[in-house]
Structures are given as structure tokens and as C-alpha cells.
Design a protein around this ligand. Structure first.
Ligand code: HEC
Length: 158
């Protein structure tokens, strides 16, 4: 019985596509790069709680920015987000992280990790995509507004 299970596992591993391998690699590197986010968003992505009723940062679980069009997520990470004065429950600041994630592989990895963790099931972001987003937003100065993120998250007409 044990051998039977092992054989099945070996067979399914053999048919794993290159995409699966790339995803596994990005997820692993992304978990490491997520240390850049953990202090505020927490190991579980829910946002570090500041008792009794505040948080360092909003939850990334089910976030439209995290799981939607990846351009918006890239923009948020690269440039940071202007503090929303209306939300006094959130104590932290989403600073620009482009210097910490200057490597396209690393940016792609952390994006893939948050999109595919904490029950999120959005797809992989490749280093080529990451490079493209960095180029797309290179002239954006300062932290972005929610409206800018919304705009970046609109599906482009293809
Ligand atoms: C120093 C604290 C801090 C760090 C570090 C940090 N963030 Fe944030 N993040 C925030 C805060 C605060 C907000 C909310 C900003 C606002 O709207 O005022 C936020 C918002 C976001 C959002 C928008 C979520 C939504 O749906 O509104 C995303 C996505 C995000 N962060 C991703 C990341 C990722 C990925 C990293 C690491 C690469 C990271 N953040 C690092 C504090 C932080």
C-alpha cells in the first residue's frame, strides 16, 4: 500500500508542468521576501492587531488589490499608498518598497506569495511581469492615492 501511494506521488510529480515548478520557486522566494511586509500585515496576512481595536495595516486576505489585476498590487508595493485620514483604525504607513524589492525576481515572488497565500488563490506574477510593471510606473512620484490604485487595477482592453 505504501509503495502504491509513493508510485502515485512520483507519477504526479513527473507530469507537473514547468508552471508548477516556477510557481513553487516564486512562492518559496516570496515567503522570504514577505519579511518586508510582515511587521505590518502579519505572518497570516490579516494585519498586525494593536489591541484593543486598531491594526498596523489592513488585511491582505481577499483584498481586491492583492487578488485583482496585478498592476495595482505592483503599484501599491513599489510606490506605497497615501495615508487615508478617514481610517483612524489603521496605524501604519504603506511606504514605497521599490528599493527593498529592486530585483524583479523578488518583486514577482512577493506578489505571487501574497496572491497565493492566506486562502488567496490568485495567479502567479512572473519576473517578466514585474519588470513590465516597474517600467510602467517608473515616472510615478510619491505614494499613490486609492484612486490611482483603482485606475491601475482596471482590466485593460485587449
Ligand atoms: C510599515 C508598515 C507596512 C509595511 C512594511 C507594508 N505595508 Fe502594506 N499597507 C500598510 C498600510 C498602513 C496600508 C493601508 C494604507 C492606507 O490606506 O492608509 C497598507 C496597504 C497595503 C495594501 C492595500 C490593501 C487593500 O486592499 O487596501 C497592499 C496590497 C499592501 N499594503 C501590500 C503590502 C506588501 C505586499 C508589503 C510588503 C512587500 C507591504 N504591504 C508592506 C502598511 C505596511
Amino acid at each position: 500500500m505504501k509503495y502504491f501511494v509513493l508510485t502515485l506521488l512520483a507519477a504526479s510529480a513527473a507530469v507537473a508542468t514547468a508552471d508548477d515548478a516556477q510557481k513553487a520557486k516564486l512562492m518559496e522566494a516570496g515567503k522570504a521576501a514577505y519579511t518586508n511586509c510582515m511587521a505590518c500585515h502579519g505572518a497570516d496576512g490579516a494585519g498586525v492587531a494593536i489591541p484593543p481595536d486598531k491594526k498596523m495595516a489592513p488585511s491582505l486576505i481577499g483584498s481586491k488589490i492583492v487578488t485583482g489585476e496585478p498592476a495595482a498590487l505592483a503599484l501599491a508595493i513599489l510606490k506605497g499608498i497615501q495615508k487615508d485620514p478617514a481610517n483612524a483604525q489603521i496605524l501604519g504607513i504603506m511606504a514605497p518598497l521599490e528599493a527593498q524589492l529592486a530585483d524583479d525576481e523578488k518583486l514577482a515572488a512577493v506578489m505571487t506569495y501574497v496572491r497565493g497565500s492566506f486562502t488567496n488563490t490568485a495567479g502567479v506574477v512572473t519576473p517578466e511581469d514585474a519588470k513590465k510593471f516597474r517600467e510602467q510606473f517608473k515616472d510615478v512620484k510619491g505614494q499613490v492615492t486609492r484612486a490611482q490604485l483603482e485606475e491601475a487595477g482596471k482590466k485593460k482592453d485587449k
